[in-house]
Design a binder for this molecule. Structure first.
Ligand code: NAD
Ligand code: TDX
Length: 351
């Protein structure tokens, strides 16, 4: 019998790659994409698979508990892969409430509805919650986050994700809900909304606009190609042990300023500019409030237990990513028109 899998947030950046992976790899599954289509959700991220017979889109809000309860009752999903979230740290600083609603209340609504349809009969069922390395807080110059690192979230975004992780684990312990959680580092690749560092910088470099680097650019992030994250999610969904947590990372740490300099070099080459021309756009601006210094993931558990590892060298992945944004300028124009302009003004004017 066909498995019915609900993927939430499938019109967003990572979700669209997960949808594509699951729809293409598993013709026997029916993949349902539930998305509210906020500013970050875009069905144009899925045009290549939208007509496949094992794919359906459902527009809806995970915060609407009556709607979610009825949806689960109607469709009886076998499994859930939950990615829908408010995902941008800067937005969580200027407007925390949306993060509390979607990331915490929305997750509880999904847990309740899943529990309600299967009661105590959870054989072959799974609730897979997608989380972030940011729940572990901020590292100094040494060390890495493992699955045992104590939670220490420091932004409204990471606190809301930490809350949702705790609730997912509470439903496992209290109600025997079959859950699995993964916590991943910074993703990059095609279809990322240009509020995030890499696509924002690509867009600004192309348009010869200042590249805003927060503080001194010394904060460190671990970058993973989004398709490698999607592959890890596929693997954990099928082979991960129920009740477990898996950390996913690229083992690829970059200071923001070094990453931006590399990106400028790549863009100079691609755009036929003089070497060093794009880096003149680098502009140091006011730091992010409570800016976490460094994230680094120890992903040895998923590597040893499930045989996953990142497949792409960062410099190659970044070049391919730049190529994608250059080849898909209409996509960028579509998502940066209208309300994006207001967001950009609010975030970066007077910074
Ligand atoms: P995104 O902002 O690009 O996409 C989020 C999607 O969720 C959008 O399609 C949006 O329309 C949808 N959504 C938002 N609120 C909703 C609601 N109330 N009901 C239904 N749909 C709603 O996010 P992303 O970067 O693709 O991140 C996806 C998930 O992965 C998030 O849970 C995030 O915390 C996690 N994550 C992201 C990263 C990263 O580097 N981007 C790293 C680790 C974990
Ligand atoms: O204009 C900018 N200038 C800048 O210096 C922006 C947007 C960011 N930055 C810095 C802040 C961070 O140190 O670059 C780094 C990366 O910033 P973001 O792209 O906003 O990502 P980050 O805050 O690290 O969070 C991301 O990774 C973890 C995702 O947005 C989260 O959803 C995910 O959980």
């Amino acid at each position: 019998m066909t498995k019915k899998i609900l993927i939430t947030g499938g019109a967003g950046f990572i979700g669209s790659h997960v949808i594509r992976t699951m729809v293409n790899n598993y013709p026997d599954y029916h993949i349902y994409n539930l998305d509210k289509l906020t500013y970050a959700g875009n069905l144009k991220n899925l045009t290549d698979i939208e007509n496949k017979s094992n794919y359906s889109f459902i527009k809806g809000d995970i915060v609407d508990d009556a709607f979610i309860m009825k949806l689960f009752d109607d469709y009886k999903f076998d499994s859930v892969i939950h990615l829908a979230a408010e995902s941008h740290v800067d937005r969580s600083i200027s407007n925390p409430n949306a993060f509390i609603h979607t990331n915490i209340v929305g997750t509880v609504n999904l847990l309740n509805a899943f529990r309600n349809i299967w009661k105590d009969n959870f054989a072959e069922k799974l609730f897979y919650h997608i989380s972030t390395d940011e729940v572990y807080g901020s590292l100094g110059e040494e060390g890495m986050f493992t699955e045992e690192t104590a939670y220490d979230p420091r932004s409204p975004y990471s606190a809301s994700k930490a809350s949702s992780d705790h609730l997912v684990r509470a439903y496992y312990h209290t109600f025997n809900l079959p859950v699995v959680i993964s916590n991943c580092s910074n993703n990059y690749g095609a279809y990322q909304f240009p509020e995030k560092l890499i696509p924002l910088a690509i867009n600004n470099i192309k348009n010869r606009k200042p590249i805003p680097v927060y503080g001194k650019g010394e904060n460190v992030r671990d970058w993973l190609w989004v398709n490698d994250h999607a592959a890890a999610i596929d693997l954990i969904f099928h082979k991960g042990r129920v009740g477990e947590t898996y950390n996913i990372g690229g083992n690829n740490e970059w200071r923001n300023i070094d990453l931006i300099r590399l990106l400028c070099e790549v863009m100079d080459e691609k755009l036929g500019r003089e070497k060093g021309e794009s880096s003149e756009l680098i502009t140091f601006v006011k730091d992010r409030a409570g800016h976490d210094l460094r994230y680094a993931i120890d992903s040895s558990k998923i590597q040893n237990e499930l045989g996953w590892k990142p497949s792409v060298d960062f410099k190659e992945g970044l070049r391919n990513t730049v190529d994608w944004y250059m080849d898909n300028q209409q996509w960028m124009e579509d998502v940066t028109s209208g309300t994006y302009q207001n967001y950009y003004k609010e975030q970066y004017d007077n910074r």
